[in-house]
Design a protein around this ligand. Structure first.
Ligand code: PLP
Length: 379
């Protein structure tokens, strides 16, 4: 069993992907060109925003938006404490200070009350200027924008949606990538919509910001490539990756999201009353970048992981550390947050996982807890 079955996915879409790659090779344009433009149009249309600007990866996408907004030294950027490193790395890279906000133990996403508390604490301290909040759509589930956006408005903060894992998710039909002032996604292979290397994109409704971003991602170009008007980056999506993504996006939107919904419901139902699963609030849809369960404590989680490994069921711990506990952030961590990292376990899931495999996973988890409960009976 694979943790995330990219080989089976390729097999299912081999013909169209191979054809798209060959076409790029034949045409001999490897940077920019028609596939990149076509992909940007398709994704902007799908997400429901005016502009999609592709770039080299999700981390660059975060950095580019923060650059366009002029974020740097002396600025506070609010990020969830429980996310992939890049969410906090991008603002820190630009000289800003990440403020780690506690997450909701049921959804794993940024807790709006903790966000407001953190903003107030920074204000009271009077050292940093609060500028941006970066909510993360963790494991495919959109963050609580119904509550986060009004808080950001109240304190005059910009919202940058980190939908690196969220592409394909939605809240009452409104798609991930359309929340806040700008959003980013990643096409890292294991993300909901992945390519065959690195890739990323930015979503915005602002014409002016789109123009700045298109300049920043190509060495701060002006009217031409050699008329540089600002310091930027070299961050483009390869033409081959764009061509692959166009084909994968068709299959993602037409077929895979359907499979994800059916199979996640099936697995959730199997695991009901056996183990706690990431909560999907009413009206929210997840694209299940990960299927993540929670145990009562670290010891149980570690035992369960060992048990599943013995059964040859691969698992991963996303994420091993709260960001605020990482050595690299020692100097700036302020408050103590919940330690959800000690209790989570991600189990195999992808659109092409077989029902048989899902059954084996859930029956194995059930037998683990049965044995745990009745452990004194066999002595
Ligand atoms: C993967 C990821 C990123 C970074 O994307 P890359 O394409 O790997 O640079 C940023 N934020 C989150 C939440 C991610 O999961």
């Amino acid at each position: 069993m694979e943790f995330r079955d990219l080989k089976r996915q390729y097999k299912k879409n081999k013909r169209s992907i191979d054809k798209a790659i060959k076409k790029v090779l034949k045409e001999g344009v490897f940077i920019g060109g028609k596939p990149v433009q076509e992909l940007e149009e398709k994704l902007a249309d799908y997400v429901g925003v005016k502009h999609c600007i592709t770039c080299a990866n999700g981390t660059d996408a975060l950095t580019l938006v923060l650059m366009a907004w002029g974020i740097g030294k002396g600025d506070a950027v609010f990020v969830p404490d429980f996310t992939f490193f890049a969410t906090a790395e991008a603002p820190t890279f630009l000289g800003a200070t990440p403020i780690f906000v506690d997450v909701d133990e049921d959804t794993f996403n940024m807790d709006p009350d903790s966000l407001e508390k953190a903003i107030e604490a920074v204000k009271k301290e009077g050292v940093l200027n609060s500028k941006v909040v970066i909510p993360v759509d963790l494991f495919g589930l959109p963050a609580d924008y119904d509550r986060i956006i009004p808080i950001a408005k109240k304190y005059d903060l910009l919202v940058l949606e980190d939908a690196a894992q969220g592409f394909g998710g939605s809240i009452r039909g409104k798609k991930a990538g359309s929340f806040g002032d700008a959003a980013i996604t990643s096409f890292f292979p294991a993300k909901p919509l992945g390519c065959y290397g690195d890739g990323g994109a930015i979503f915005t409704n602002s014409d002016k910001e789109a123009e700045v971003l298109n300049s920043l991602k190509v060495h701060g170009k002006g009217k031409s490539k050699y008329d540089n008007i600002r310091i930027g980056m070299n961050s483009r999506l390869d033409t081959i990756q764009a061509a692959i993504l166009i084909e994968k996006f068709i299959s993602f939107s037409k077929k895979e999201l359907y499979l994800i919904e059916k199979k996640s419901n099936y697995l959730r139902n199997n695991l009901k009353n056996i183990v706690k699963i990431q909560k999907i609030p009413k009206g929210f849809e997840s694209s299940y970048a990960q299927f993540t369960i929670t145990t009562s404590d670290k010891e149980t989680r570690d035992q369960l992981q060992k048990y599943l490994t013995e059964k040859k069921i691969p698992t991963n711990i996303y994420y091993q550390n709260m960001l605020s506990n990482l050595v690299v952030f020692n100097d700036i961590s302020r408050q103590k947050n919940s330690l959800i990292n000690q209790k989570v376990l991600s189990i195999p899931f992808s659109p092409y996982i077989k029902l048989k495999e899902l059954n084996f996973i859930s029956s194995s988890i059930k037998s683990f807890f049965d044995f745990l409960r009745l452990s004194d009976c066999d002595e």
